[in-house]
Ligand binder design. Structure first.
Ligand code: 6GU
Length: 244
């Protein structure tokens, strides 16, 4: 998978060179290119923003540098290739594990990081006419720009690209893969500061362990994410499509 990121803070994206994704890059599974938006400005101050039409607080990113940057980056792929363009922002649709899984199938993603109050809306309109464009949000809070969101999204997506995570089984039993949170986990020692590991986990009875874990997942999801429980109950009530 190829990932391009356009930003005015390329240094923010250096963590992509570390750890899991860094190793995936070294192994040729991921190719990440980070671009400085200011390289597509031509004035002495390398201006990327201006005051909003209609008034109001803050600054808006001007469309010209974005148009030039996106035209160059979109045209830099193999012949005929065209990416999925992602605009991270607090006004987007929620980025979920399901979205991460869909995007992990793409050959090429381009992230355009907005700052300030956002990017001139005509940039979205222009590219949505030619490409799949998704405006995605991490959650209901405001960050200063898209960079931290791109780190989160590329980690969530990248680890689902085949081969990036060594043990593919560890991807199946995870929070959010089936709509429930994960069960609590324990390791040695069996007794720590007077606290025991739940005895069922030491019993060697795999059926009982599985039952206990499912019970804990339901308990924990009900306590921490009651919003997920209703959808989960509905998904369990209907047999999956195709079953008679
Ligand atoms: Cl994707 N961007 C910004 N700037 N703020 C956010 C966000 C994204 N997701 C949640 N808050």
């Amino acid at each position: 998978m190829r990932i391009d990121v356009i930003t005015i803070f390329p240094d923010y994206l250096t963590p992509l060179e570390l750890s899991l994704l860094g190793r995936a890059r070294e192994r040729g599974l991921l190719e990440v290119r980070v671009h400085d938006l200011r390289d597509w400005t031509h004035d002495r101050h390398r201006t990327v923003d201006d005051t909003p039409y209609g008034g109001g607080a803050g600054m808006v990113m001007r469309p010209e540098p974005w148009g030039k940057a996106l035209d160059d980056v979109l045209g830099s792929g193999p012949d005929g290739a065209s990416p999925h363009l992602i605009l991270p922002g607090p006004g987007g649709t929620p980025f979920t594990q399901a979205r991460a899984r869909e995007l992990a199938h793409e050959d090429w993603l381009v992230f355009a990081c907005g700052r300030y109050e956002g990017i001139d809306e005509r940039v979205y309109e222009e590219y949505a006419e030619r490409l799949p464009v998704s405006v995605l949000s991490l959650g209901d809070y405001v960050l200063n720009g898209g960079e931290v969101a791109v780190l989160a999204m590329t980690e969530a997506i990248g680890r689902l690209v085949p081969g990036v995570v060594g043990n593919a089984e560890s991807l199946v039993e995870e929070s959010h893969e089936d709509g429930l949170l994960e069960y609590p986990v324990y390791t040695k020692p069996a007794l720590w500061r007077g606290r025991e590991v739940p005895p069922v986990l030491l019993s060697g009875d795999h059926g009982k362990v599985a039952g206990w874990r499912q019970e804990k997942r339901l308990e924990r999801t009900a306590a921490r994410r009651p919003d997920l429980i209703e959808a989960y109950r509905r998904s369990q009530a209907e047999p999956p499509a195709g079953d008679a």
